[in-house]
Design a binder for this molecule. Sequence first.
Ligand code: MG
Length: 314
Amino acid sequence: MRLGRAAVVTDTGRRRLGNEDAYVWGPPLFAIADGMGGARAGEIAAGIAAATFEEVLGRTMGADAISEVIADANRRIWERSLADPATAGMGTTVTVALVDEDGETVVFGHVGDSRAYRMRDSVLEQITTDHSLVAELVESGVLTPEEAERHPQRSAITRALGTEPAVEPDVFTVDVVPGDLFLLCSDGLSDMLTEEQIAAAIERAGGEPEAAGNELVKEANARGGDDNITVLLFEIVAGEPDPERTAALEDTARATSPDGPSKNAGDPSASPEPRPDEGLRRHGAGPGGRIAAIVLLVAILIVAALVLYWGITS
Ligand code: MG
């Protein structure tokens, strides 16, 4: 077996002013990160996580190496947050998938509430466990899964990269069969769509990664687009492993991202000025969207008044 088609789509959504999700596109390695923290701190944390993985692309890696890279990213974010008070408390989720050389297994590394799903024979299954308060309450029988989906604290995560000196990631390996389609996504998708809706969107796209990615983002926005949405899909197909074909994926899928290659990767300090609008809320409708709407409305009224005044006086 080998890696087949793949695609990534990231979108700001309909309520946020900026996109604090990041992704790594390095077939056969893929990752997404969803940052949290005040001002631009979430973007910085996600960017450091992505950059740490970008540095190791091309190396032969297994589960141990994935653990080490996650530990390294955690340390870098933690140290940056200590050195820069504006970023204190920042953190990020990370969900990484590495298709092994023979195409027989995929290694996953995971911290936080971004998710990995596997679609096999039209059945969608979540293969990561959310490190979130509501997931723990479901596990202990306090909440039903349905109650968890609507719970006001559903965005509270219990494990993140960079918020402590060390982190314990989930690292595990799954066997694959030809036709398996994997989806990595940030909670901007999974909070907006149920598993049934995610599966239906993938089916409508015929399981084609790029079409499915676009369909999922469109659906999440149609249902509110409360948060940044990142979806990364890749399929496993029959055939001999083909490193050249894997390398060629590099160009095709980069072209499918509206934001260009590896947003947030590299030096996050090169990004625009801080936005003091989001506090520590990562999820739900922050005040940023409403403020932007009011500013836009005022601007439109001023322009209208000027046009009217100009029309009367000229
Ligand atoms: Mg998010």
